[in-house]
Design a protein around this ligand. Structure first.
Ligand code: KG4
Ligand code: ZN
Length: 350
């Protein structure tokens, strides 16, 4: 069964063809980063206009690279949330039109759920039955959460950030340091050769704070609010601190604090859940320092570590098609309708 996946939730315009829920035949992604960079972040109006302009050719690329033609497509899968409403609408409208024209079913996919499945993509990736139940750390620009994933692909939210996402903390930190957008890769590059312990930035949730965790175990939740402020004050109090030499230490210390803040809640979740593996997915999972730290943690906890392949960490449509191919998502009957859900959460999320 061939599924054509479409992803337009933010600033990547993507289409992919996946066979039998697992075999990626093609994954075409146009990253709009260069279009948003002058503004220091994603501009919704530019994103949706770019999707309109780029999506038709990206879909054609996906079909051509997969070596399939329209009649070969058995199902259309599309992200219906969460994301920017005007961007989601472009992908959903295209998907509806294609499903109707081809007479095939349409599946609306939760973007967050699709990220969870990205560890099952790629030549050497395991099957869910081999590695589940597992704890998945999802770290992206908009979300940071811990999820328990069963072999049945059912997921339970274990913990989440109480304020910023890890990627957001990196993007904001890079902005304060004048490193540009997106911040994650910029900080990773600037941190090369720097001392991660040069500056002691705060890590994780401060115990005295009492914001609501929405019923989730506080020991499995994340927080980045103190970290950004600490960097801001550090730069204010040390106006001459940022030189070519010190920038790498500041970037390395800030990156370390972002990564370190993820470790304790992950460790707590692994201690409490009886699982076979730890997985990490989402854009921040590309970070090499994070990958190395998770490797150490998994060895200590005695579980297998699964890291999504770098091309499937950041937003892509292969994970959308795969999710639908594995039976996830909402199937829309021919006469039914589906709307975008910009604030869609994971099942069980608050
Ligand atoms: O998953 P993603 O592509 O989009 C969302 O769904 O949010 O994640 C984007 C995030 C951005 O915050 C970006 O700075 C971060 O992933 N990112 C990284 C790296 N590459 C992308 N963070 C740290 N290190 C990287 N190499
Ligand atoms: Zn994403």
């Amino acid at each position: 069964m061939y599924v054509l996946g479409i992803e337009t939730s933010c600033d990547e315009t993507a289409a992919a063809v996946v066979r039998d829920g697992i075999e990626v035949k093609s994954s075409a992604v146009y990253s709009q980063i260069a279009r948003h960079r002058p503004y220091g972040g994603v501009v919704p109006e530019i994103a949706s206009r770019s999707h309109v302009e780029l999506l038709p050719s990206i879909i054609e690329d996906a079909l051509e690279q997969a070596g399939v033609r329209w009649p070969d497509i058995d199902r259309i899968a599309v992200t219906y949330g969460p994301g920017l409403s005007s961007s989601l609408l472009i992908g959903l409208s295209a998907a509806k039109a294609l499903a109707m024209r081809l007479g095939v079913p349409l599946t609306g996919v939760n973007h967050l759920e699709a990220h969870l499945f990205s560890v099952f993509l790629g030549g050497n990736a395991p099957r869910p039955g081999e590695v589940c139940p597992m704890v998945v750390l999802l770290v992206s620009g908009g979300h940071t959460c811990l999820v328990r994933l069963e072999a049945s692909l059912e997921s339970t939210l274990l913990g989440q950030t109480l304020d910023d996402a890890a990627g957001e903390a990196l993007d904001k930190g890079a902005n304060l340091l004048g490193l540009g957008y997106p911040g994650g890769p910029a900080i990773e590059k600037a941190a090369e050769g720097g001392d991660p312990h040069a500056i002691d930035f705060p890590r994780g949730l401060r115990q005295s704070r009492n914001e609501s965790t929405g019923g989730l175990d506080r020991a499995r939740c994340f927080s980045y609010s103190g970290l950004k402020t600490a960097l801001l004050y550090y730069l204010r109090n040390n106006p001459d601190a940022v030189t070519e030499d010190t920038l790498r230490d500041i970037a390395a210390s800030y990156q370390e604090a972002v990564i370190e803040s993820l470790m304790r809640p992950v460790e707590n979740a692994l201690e409490g859940e009886k699982v076979k593996a730890l997985a990490c997915v989402g854009g921040v999972a590309r970070n090499r320092r994070l990958r190395a730290r998770l490797d150490e943690l998994a060895v200590r906890a005695g579980v297998r570590l699964l890291l999504a392949e770098p091309e499937f960490c950041t937003d892509n449509a292969a994970m959308i098609a795969a999710a639908a191919g594995m039976g996830a998502g909402v199937e829309v009957p021919p006469e039914g309708d589906l709307d975008v859900c910009p604030n869609l959460g994971l099942a069980g999320a608050v």
